[in-house]
Design a protein. Structure first.
Length: 523
């Protein structure tokens, strides 16, 4: 048996294989950090819910690890005009209750996704552009949008299709009890209630490649040390979100593999560049230095991303200079992270009118992602070395984001969780000029604004040609990054661990799925 160990995880997306065969049809038990809030796939748009419900319900369109679109329940789709799309369904697909998938199920599901009562986080943003839905025939649906909507197939990759027959008229509590939790996915519900594991059985009639596991159990273990203990005790076969302090210990254990997968989750600095006075800037006689391009660029140059990724974040981060990693739609191959240049940073501060620096408090969450507090301290240390008298203050996640939304910070560390939403969503939310009526710049708390970026983004949002849309998204990204509307820092690296006898496919969508695992093939 060969097991490869690493004292510190590599940043490559390698899988360390173990050569021990698990018989096809065995069971899989996974320990996950999050918990399932609802079996209703339209009730709560939350990452943990969405990942778990992917096992039960399919979507019309599938995204891969790089955000590329592939046929799901729809075998193909096309734009009939600027504001009309036709989706053709797979023939012969059946729900877990045996009923056939039809256009009626699709229309029902898309309508339901934006109208579930009391939803804490609605899926309406993925369907709100649809103004009418028409059943062309049993396997064809025509959707009309309010103006050109080239992103509609991507929008629909986030909406799960439910059985009209099984779930019509059922409220979310009934579905959580198992009444109506019927999809076409690779697994069907076996057992779940709040506070207990989610148990799934293989869908023997699945329309795509049959999953290898007859039964999958997800155990919800929020405490990292407890997840590690469960893996070592053989209570689970794999765990996600391995605590950084446990990685080296697990890597030395015989029969345990460590897997690193770069995610598309972006860690970045948000700066208050849109107002003349900023609450946590001192020593400037009321002037906000963050309005100066030279100062914002100087802050970026002062941060040694490579050293921080290695020494502070223990290899669990990849330096970034843009919104999305390689392979994603809108990524710019030539756009690299700023190179560390302390002297250059000092010169830029002086050119911006602050040769003696200024005082600045950096804010951030604690325990939102690994090393968040340590990262904030490292950035503060870097800024002190160029003359910015930086202090740090962290708050619990809920309090932190509430205050950030009220624009009460001058500079803060944040993370964009949903790389699958694509460059358009990130630009629209983080860098577009704030316009609540059009829902632009809703997380642009620094109120950065650039008319050229807005123009490129507006054109991208309605460009039906893929090449034209990619060019416009790249142009908007270039403008926003060159102006340091935000300062990209890192893409997170996910660390998983598993027992011998299992392999995990490269990539992944940023969530741990039973369909990612396979029995090892032996030697």
């Amino acid at each position: 048996m060969l097991i490869q160990h690493h004292a510190r995880p590599s940043l490559t997306l390698a899988i360390m294989l173990v050569f021990c065969t698990v018989a096809l049809g065995a069971e899989l038990t996974v320990g996950v950090q999050g918990s399932l809030r609802s079996l209703d796939p339209h009730y709560y748009n939350l990452a943990a819910n969405n990942a778990l419900n992917r096992h039960i319900y399919d979507a019309l369109v599938v995204q891969d690890a790089q955000g590329r679109l592939h046929p799901g329940l729809a075998v193909h789709w096309k734009s009939e005009s600027g504001n009309a799309w036709q989706f053709v369904l797979r023939r012969g697909v059946r729900f877990h209750d045996g009923s056939p998938l039809t256009a009626d199920d699709v229309i029902y599901s898309l309508a339901r996704a934006r109208s579930v009562p009391n939803s804490p986080a609605s899926f309406a943003r993925h369907t709100r552009h649809i103004i009418s839905m028409e059943k062309v025939d049993e396997i064809t649906v025509r959707l009309r949008t309010a103006g050109p909507r080239p992103a509609l197939p991507r929008d629909l990759s986030h909406v799960r299709i439910m059985s009209l027959k099984a779930s019509e008229g059922k409220h979310s509590a009934q579905i959580d009890a198992g009444d109506g939790a019927v999809g076409t996915g690779p697994y069907r519900l076996a057992a779940w209630k709040p506070g207990t594991p989610l148990v799934l059985d293989r869908n023997e009639q699945y329309w795509a490649t049959a999953p290898p596991w007859t039964r999958v159990t997800f155990r919800f273990i929020p405490d990292g040390a407890r997840r590690v203990q469960a893996l070592l005790a053989g209570e689970v076969d794999a765990i996600e979100a391995v605590p950084p302090e446990a990685i080296e210990r697990l890597a030395k254990k015989s029969g345990i593999s460590i897997i690193n997968r770069q995610s598309s989750r972006l860690i970045f600095l948000h700066l208050d560049s849109g107002r003349k006075k900023s609450p946590f800037v001192t020593g400037t006689r009321g002037i906000n230095p963050l309005q100066k391009l030279q100062v914002r660029k100087g802050i970026s140059l002062a941060i040694n991303r490579s050293a921080i990724a290695s020494d502070v974040m223990e290899g669990l981060a990849v330096p970034s200079g843009q919104l999305l990693p390689k392979g994603h739609f809108g990524h710019i191959p030539a756009l690299k992270p700023d190179r560390f240049n302390r002297r250059g940073a000092k010169r830029l501060l002086a050119r911006g009118g602050f040769p003696r620096g200024f005082g600045l408090t950096l804010h951030g969450p604690n325990n939102q992602f690994p090393f968040d507090a340590q990262l904030l301290e490292a950035i503060a240390g870097a800024l002190k070395r160029i003359g910015i008298r930086a202090e740090t203050e962290t708050k619990s996640r809920r309090i932190f984001f509430t205050i950030a939304a009220r624009r009460e910070f001058s500079a803060y560390l944040s993370r964009w969780n949903d790389g699958a939403a694509g460059a358009a969503a990130m630009l629209r939310s983080l860098l577009a000029s704030y316009d609540p009526e059009r829902r632009m710049g809703m997380r642009n708390h620094g109120r950065f604004s650039d008319p050229a970026l807005d123009t490129a983004l507006e054109r991208a949002l309605t460009a039906m040609d893929n090449e034209r849309r990619a060019y416009l998204l790249q142009e908007a990204t270039r403008i926003g990054i060159a102006a340091y509307g935000i300062i990209p820092l890192f893409f997170e690296v996910d660390t998983l661990a598993m027992r011998k006898g299992f392999t995990l496919r490269p990539g992944g969508i940023g969530a741990i799925l039973a369909t990612d695992f396979r029995p090892s093939d032996g030697d």
